[in-house]
Design a protein around this ligand. Sequence first.
Ligand code: GLU
Length: 487
Amino acid sequence: MTQDEIRVRFAPSPTGPFHIGGARSALFNWLLARKMGGKLILRIEDTDLERSTKESEENIKEALKWLGMTWDEGIDIGGEYGPYRQTERLDIYQKYTEELLAKGLAYHCYCTDEELEKDRQQQMANGETPHYLGRCSHLTKESEAKFIAEGRKPTVRFRVPPNQQIVFTDLVRGTVSFESNGVGDFVIVKSDGIPVYNYAVVIDDALMKMTHVIRAEEHLSNTPRQLLIYDALGFKRPEFGHISLILGKDRTKMSKRHGATSVQQYRDLGYLPEALVNFLALLGWSPVGEQEIFSLEELIQAFSMDRVAKNPAVFDVDKLNYINATYIKQASPECVLELALPHLQAAGYVDGTLTAEKRAWLMEVMTAVKEHLSYGAQVVDHVDIFFNEDVQFESEEAAEVLRDEDASQVIEVFKEKMAALETVDAASVKKVLKSIVKELKLGGKKVYMPLRVAMTGKMHGPDLDHIIPIIGREKVMARINATMAKM
Ligand code: GLU
């Protein structure tokens, strides 16, 4: 490693669905690494044994890969500074704990949960911020021996030096300072020997040679504790950058109330990974200029930490939909079909395996409807006209269109002209439609609307020259005849 190589990490706790906020943190680190020619490390912070699951870890890896974020070191691929899963590093933390204990920078604490809870209640009642009162900070050998004899299992507490100002320059927030007096000696190793996040993270970031720690704002209040540990262990401090919270449109913290919050949910709804990445990049970072649609490559070029905003980012699902719709418009029919297929299956439009012929037909359907899609799941609102041979008027207004005096003539001429066509494709159908407008000297709407209603029952939808070849001449004729017979 050269001296100036940028090393950043994404260090998720695998304790549940992979949240949009986590993906945004991963993305900012990934963009920084790629932009600076540095390295992204993926480390799993699984010291919360009760809540961590393998399933969640798999889910995170899968989501990162889907979003196109690759890592250079970390779980699965290894690297010089592994292992990269915290529960596989317990002996490493143990060594540093012994060092801190030996130097008197940490101590064993035998307080029971009940004692601590009582202190907490008392402090709250006095209007104080709860903090450890230091009961075990200077135990005599005798009292310690007594506690051990009672079978108490100690935690290890970090001894917070009094009267210190903990100051650092945050890449996003500028100078941040905390008073050590408000912190209180805190637990670094639990009574079962498992280190807590604030402790393990420091040892890992230091040993894994991180140059920058870019993470969510909710960790800002953890940073003073972490800095005290850096200093106590003589580690070099990395640069920190705390990226702002993600709020819902009502400016409260983004939660399930605001709709989908996990990457998997967006994937399931039929969003494209490129679009989601594009949207996530704009959650807290702003490019120079007005451009909103960025490829991954363009994001890498344009990204910089100095344009990451301090104020909260607002998750605007309409903007996400706009971005996704833009990508869908440009996507190949195969790709749109990929997004739409699970929804077509769930709605019963297609079943089991697709024949090559059916697949090709579905791709034509996708070409016809993709203009109208913000995400894949919406496909079901647009495709019934291709599947449903039994035309029903969507409204009385639609039926009314066919009662217009010119409607039957339009339909008769259309049927004749269609019957005479050699091949039915978008170009030939377009010609037929134009010639009817011209010959009957009617406005376009007076021609298209009755035809559309007669073959679909609806007043709006994809262009007729698209849908007629897809439905096919015979079915179009049969539908029109059946509809007109009802009039
Ligand atoms: N495991 C922590 C989390 O998932 C990581 C915080 C950090 O990046 O330091 O929130």
